[in-house]
Ligand binder design. Structure first.
Ligand code: GMT
Length: 375
């Protein structure tokens, strides 16, 4: 099938899911066309059946806001016509499903009928989409999609609660390619990061408020009072400076490494013992899944879709949002004993394996087939 994928190309779960899905579809013989404003961060290899088309938005001084949706829907029309694309898969209701619907309508003028799949990732629903300024457009875009998917049962429930949805929502979780991890890294450079007797705690995110970065620092502060440990913070975002100041004020700055954005998170996760994800809300928590497949136990909040991924008492522990005391206490319980830690690490890997792409990809392909046939 010839498939167009629209996503946000930056660091962040939805872009990663869209990119990995596109790569896997291309490996299965589909022709995949990414259409977005920049080459997606994890899309390194372009080839015969994997293409990237950049959306350009000309700057015009009269406009206070440059019209990205307009440029995107025009680019969709041109690309779909030029490459005879058969199906459009947009990740994020805002503004992608909205622009996709316009493209669909314009294409009908040329006698082209293309089905649109919309995947909801969370921020488009729980954080931004529910705002009254966007709500009518988001509701409309979801209802006008031919197929709608959400990345967790929790996100499906939130969507149905927040919007008047007439469409069936299919849950297709985030996924991971386990074969990549079977033989794990042979050059896992743990000694560069910590001493032999130190545990390594990791947090990876885009450092937005929703990630509750101060909680990460507070949990680590309590852990290192009991157990020798280092904290590795990966990512960039608005809360990073505050976290750096906190570490300085708490006198732990020599135990915390801020690494910035990384394309090689597996190299960091391979020597990590524990992953912290105390988010305010999280539709799935792809970062936790990526940690788990690298045999890293997880301490997280019990919000949104996280309990569908991190299983309490098995792959780690969960606590209420903001309950840093319980999170620290549970973290220490896992980290204190080698045997306990090894058990949680092994369990984390086993739970993560259930989200292998081999189970998830056919779910998308089935939906594509159905949508294509019902054009
Ligand atoms: O929260 C992020 O780190 C980025 C965000 C995004 O929009 O890309 O991630 C969302 O989509 C991911 C992929 O489906 C999910 O795993 C994340 O949980 C979700 N983030 C939130 O719901 C806050």
């Amino acid at each position: 099938m010839k498939i167009a994928i629209v996503c946000y190309p930056t660091f962040g779960g939805s872009g990663v899911v869209a990119t990995e899905l596109g790569i896997a579809l291309a490996e299965r013989g589909h022709e995949v066309h990414f259409i977005t404003y920049r080459q997606p961060v994890r899309l390194e290899l372009l080839g015969n059946n994997i293409h990237f088309h950049e959306v350009h938005v000309p700057e015009y001084p009269l406009f206070h806001y440059q019209p990205y949706e307009l440029a995107l829907s025009s680019k969709l029309v041109d690309t779909i016509k030029l490459y005879d694309i058969e199906l459009l898969h947009v990740h994020y209701a805002i503004p992608h499903a909205y622009a996709g619907y316009m493209a669909k309508k314009m294409l009908q003028e040329y006698g082209i009928f293309i089905p649109m799949i919309t995947t909801l990732h969370g921020t488009d629903i729980t954080l931004v989409g529910k705002h009254p300024f966007y709500k009518p457009a988001v509701t409309f875009s979801i209802n006008k999609s031919d197929v709608v998917t959400s990345v967790s049962e929790a996100l499906k429930k939130d969507t149905l609660k927040l919007f008047d949805i007439e469409k069936e929502i299919e849950v297709i979780p985030n996924f991971i390619e386990t074969t990549k991890y079977k033989n794990s890294f042979t050059d896992c450079q743990r000694s560069m990061m910590a001493k032999e007797d130190e545990r390594i705690i990791t947090h990876i995110s885009n450092f937005r408020k929703v990630k509750r970065i101060p909680d990460v620092v507070k949990i680590f502060y309590r852990i290192q009072q009991e157990i020798p440990a280092k904290l590795i913070m990966v990512g960039e975002g608005p809360e990073k400076e505050r976290a750096e100041d906190m570490c300085d004020n708490l006198g732990i700055k020599d135990k915390v490494l801020f690494l910035g954005n990384s394309n090689e998170i597996d190299r960091i996760l391979c020597f990590s013992d524990l992953f912290l994800l105390p988010s305010e809300t999280e539709s799935f928590g792809l970062a936790a899944l990526e940690a788990m497949i690298n045999k890293v136990a997880v301490i997280s909040s019990n919000t949104g879709g996280i309990p569908e991924v991190n299983i309490d008492g098995v792959s780690g522990y969960l606590a209420n949002v903001g309950d840093v005391d319980t999170m620290a206490e549970k973290a220490i319980a896992i980290l204190r004993d080698d045997e306990v830690l090894d058990k949680f690490k092994e369990n984390a890997f086993n739970v993560a394996s259930k989200f292998d792409i081999v189970h998830i990809l056919p779910l998308y392909e089935d939906l594509y087939e159905k949508a294509f046939k019902s054009r």
